[in-house]
Design a protein around this ligand. Structure first.
Ligand code: ATP
Ligand code: MG
Length: 425
C-alpha cells in the first residue's frame, strides 16, 4: 500500500475559510484519482493523504505513476510525495527508513524529519541522528561510502510523524500550486486557438477559477484549416485542470461581414475584438460567470497597445482579466510547451478570413473613434444573433480520460445566411 501525501501552501492564508478550501481540494483529489484503486482519501494534520491499494496489481509502479501524473494537474497542491507508512516508533522509522534510502544509490544525503504534534515521545533531532547513522552503517555494509551534506544532498530521507503514523519518502514532487478548483467562481475565457489565450486559461484555472471557453470561428482560408477542431483539442488538454469544461463555439463570419461592409478598414480588428468581448459577456451572464479572460499581452501585436486595449475594453461591462499582460512571448511559449498545448496551437488554422483583415491596422485608437465607427452597426442584434447561434460542448474528465458531449447543432438564420449578405437591423 502506497500513501500519497499532498501538501498545500496558500490555503494556510485563508483563515476561517480554510475548511471550505480543504474540502474543495479533497473533492478535486478524489475526482482526479477516479478509476484508480484508492482505498481512502483523508485530511489529516494539514495534509491530504490518499492510500493506493496496489496489492492486486502486477505493476504497482504504473498505478502510482498514473496517480502522480494526474495529481500534478490538481490546482492547490504545492508538492506531493509517494510515501511508505510505518508505525510512529523510533526503531521502526530508523530501520525501515534506512532500508528505503538504500534502494537507490547516492554519495551525499540528508535526513529531514517533521513532527506535527508535540506529544510524540522522541524529537525530530533523534530521528536525524539515529536514522542518519543507520543509513551510513547500512551503506558501509553494502560497500558504499556515503556522507551527510545538509546543503546539497544527492538524496534526502523525509520523515513526517503524524499522530497515528510515520510517513517516509525520498522525493518531493512539485505540484501545480495555486488554489483548488471551484473556490473562486467562474469566468469566460476567449480561446482563440493561439498560444496566448490557452496559457492565459491555464494561469487563471490555477487560481481556483472554473472557466467556460468561447471560441469564435469564421470560414477557413484553406480546406482543413478550420479553427474549431484546434479549440476542441485545446479544451481537451485544459479540462483535467478543472475536471469539467464547457466550450461555446460561436460563428463569427456574419459579424465580420457587417464590420467589413459598414466600418473603416483600419479599425476592423478592434471592432471584431469589441464584438467578441460583448458576445463573451453575454455568455458570461448566461453561465453566471463574473467576467472574461483574454490572452492579451501588452504591446505584443497592434491590437494590444495600451491605447487599443483601452479603446476595445471601453465596451466591457464586466472585469476583463489579462493574465499575460506582463509576460514575454518566450515565457508564454515555454508554458505552452510545459502544459502540452504548444503543438496544437502550432497547427495551421484560420479563425478569421484573411479577406476581412485590414491592410494596415490602426495602432492607436480611442474609445470615441471606435464608438463612432460602430454607429452604422446594429450591435445588440449582432450580439444576440451570434449568441443564439452558439453550440455548446461539455468536456468531462473521468477515470483519467476526457469525454465530450456535443449539443445539437443550432441552425439559426444567422449561421445559414448566405456569404456576403449584410444582415439588416
Ligand atoms: P492568441 O495567441 O490567444 O490568439 P494573440 O496574441 O494572437 O492571442 P489576438 O489575436 O489579438 O492576440 O487576440 C487577443 C485575444 O483575443 C486572444 O488572446 C483571445 O483571448 C481573444 N481572441 C482572439 N481571437 C479569438 C477567437 N477567434 N476566439 C476567441 N477568442 C479570440
Ligand atoms: Mg490570435
Amino acid at each position: 500500500m502506497a500513501v500519497l501525501i499532498l501538501h498545500y501552501h496558500e490555503i494556510w492564508l485563508k483563515g476561517y475559510n480554510r475548511k471550505f478550501f480543504i474540502s474543495k481540494l479533497k473533492e478535486a483529489v478524489e475526482y482526479s484519482l477516479d478509476g484508480l484503486p484508492v482505498r481512502t482519501v483523508r485530511h489529516e494534520e494539514n495534509r491530504i493523504l490518499a492510500w493506493l491499494d496496489t496489492s492486486g496489481d502486477e505493476n504497482p509502479q504504473t498505478i502510482t505513476h498514473e496517480a502522480v501524473q494526474r495529481l500534478k494537474k490538481v490546482p492547490g497542491i504545492a508538492y506531493l510525495a509517494i510515501a511508505q507508512e510505518f508505525p510512529p516508533q523510533l526503531d521502526q522509522i530508523v530501520e525501515r527508513g534506512a532500508e528505503l534510502m538504500l534502494k537507490a544509490s547516492f554519495h551525499t544525503f540528508a535526513v529531514r524529519a517533521k513532527r506535527s504534534r508535540k506529544d510524540i515521545p522522541f524529537r525530530a533531532a533523534d530521528i536525524h541522528h539515529q536514522l542518519g547513522r543507520r543509513i551510513e552503517e547500512k551503506a558501509r555494509e553494502a560497500g558504499q561510502s556515503v556522507k551527510v551534506d545538509l546543503d546539497h544532498p544527492d538524496s534526502t530521507c523525509h520523515v513526517e510523524i503524524l499522530n497515528q503514523r510515520a510517513l517516509v519518502y525520498t522525493e518531493k514532487i512539485p505540484g501545480l500550486g495555486g488554489l483548488p478548483t471551484g473556490t473562486a467562481g467562474k469566468l469566460v475565457c476567449l480561446l482563440s486557438g493561439g498560444f496566448d489565450s490557452t496559457v492565459a486559461a491555464y494561469k487563471i484555472m490555477r487560481r481556483g477559477v472554473r472557466l467556460c471557453f468561447v471560441h469564435f470561428y469564421g470560414n477557413p482560408e484553406q480546406p482543413g484549416e478550420d479553427s474549431p477542431p484546434i479549440a476542441q483539442k485545446l479544451v481537451r488538454v485544459l479540462t483535467p485542470y478543472q475536471g469539467r469544461s464547457q466550450l461555446f463555439l460561436v460563428p463569427f463570419t456574419e459579424v465580420q461581414q457587417q464590420v467589413v461592409a459598414l466600418a473603416p478598414q483600419s479599425l476592423r480588428i478592434l471592432l471584431y475584438r469589441r464584438l467578441m468581448l460583448r458576445i463573451a459577456e453575454r455568455i458570461a451572464r448566461h453561465t453566471r460567470s463574473h467576467g472574461t479572460v483574454t490572452g492579451d499581452s501588452i504591446a505584443q501585436v497592434a491590437s494590444q497597445t495600451l491605447q487599443n486595449m483601452e479603446a476595445v475594453g471601453g465596451v466591457a461591462t464586466m472585469p476583463v482579466y489579462r493574465p499575460l499582460a506582463g509576460d514575454d512571448k518566450q515565457e508564454i511559449l515555454d508554458t505552452a510547451r510545459r502544459i502540452g498545448t504548444y503543438e496544437i496551437s502550432s497547427e495551421p488554422f484560420t479563425d478569421c478570413c484573411p479577406l476581412y483583415l485590414p491592410k494596415s491596422p490602426r495602432i492607436f485608437s480611442t474609445v470615441g473613434e471606435l464608438d463612432a465607427a460602430e454607429s452604422a452597426l446594429d450591435i445588440p442584434t449582432l450580439v444576440k444573433r451570434a449568441f443564439d447561434a452558439r453550440r455548446k460542448e461539455v468536456y468531462e474528465y473521468r477515470a483519467g480520460k476526457v469525454n465530450v458531449q456535443r449539443s445539437e447543432e443550432r441552425r439559426s438564420r444567422y449561421e445559414t445566411a448566405p456569404a456576403g449578405m449584410v444582415v439588416q437591423a
